[in-house]
Design a protein around this ligand. Structure first.
Ligand SMILES: C[S@@+](CC[C@H](N)C(=O)[O-])C[C@H]1O[C@@H](n2cnc3c(N)ncnc32)[C@H](O)[C@@H]1O
Length: 201
């Protein structure tokens, strides 16, 4: 994703995303399970915090139709560029995956009520950690562009009104729940990341 030392770029053709697509573990991986993908079931998804598009790409590579929403104009432009290059690739499978992804620019709090979907993914910028030196360059670059997402609780509450089946919050494994939001239905716990799953009644 990062080219050279400093330039942030979205690349669905090579690097980490390609590796995860090939060796990531299919529908058995935590993100896919949290979003409700299983044998014979592929939900229609909105990724309300698109960022570098990695999670969306993974879900689309597993067959899901994904609408990506990104409010930062700069991140949106990086994503558009990465998606356009992948759509022009000679790799037919890659073109099919990109064909399942629809990118929108705007604040998901405004756009979600206008969309129909079964599952919504929310992955806000995480609270700063003490070990800031260990934060990956790429994450620091994204943070420099978008800052912190202080309205994550509002976004979650809008999502809970908008999804038909579930909302999933991707969050650091050891972080406190976001206050002002109802308790989740269950959690899928990974080493550094957890998924808080909110099922609709
Ligand atoms: C941690 S990044 C997401 C990373 C992403 N899951 C990935 O796989 O690359 C968070 C992104 O969500 C965006 N964002 C946060 N709140 C948003 C909102 N209310 N509407 C749209 N985008 C939002 C930020 O601008 C940022 O680019």
């Amino acid at each position: 994703m990062a080219r050279g030392d400093t330039e942030l770029r979205v690349d669905f053709v090579e690097g980490a995303v390609r590796h995860r697509r090939r060796f990531g573990g299919g529908r058995g991986q935590d993100l896919a399970k949290a979003m409700g993908l299983r044998a014979g079931k592929t939900p229609v998804i909105v990724d309300a915090t698109a960022g570098l598009g990695r999670d969306s790409f993974l879900l689309a590579s597993l067959g899901a139709q994904v609408t990506l929403i990104e409010r930062s104009a700069k991140m949106h432009a990086l994503l558009r560029d990465g998606m356009d290059r992948a759509a022009a690739s000679e790799d037919e499978e890659l073109r099919e995956i990109i064909g399942r992804m629809t990118l929108l620019q705007g604040d998901a709090k405004d756009l979600l009520p206008q969309l129909t979907c079964e599952a919504i993914l929310i992955d806000p910028m995480h609270p700063p950690r003490n070990k800031s030196a260990l934060v990956k360059l790429e994450l620091r670059q994204v943070r420099d562009i978008v800052g912190t997402d202080d309205d994550a609780a509002d976004l979650l509450n809008v999502a809970l009104e908008s999804a038909q089946k579930r909302v999933v919050l991707k969050w650091p494994a050891k972080a406190d729940p976001i206050s002002g939001v109802r308790p989740c239905s269950h959690q899928i716990m990974g080493k550094s990341t957890r998924y808080d799953v909110f099922m609709m009644a």
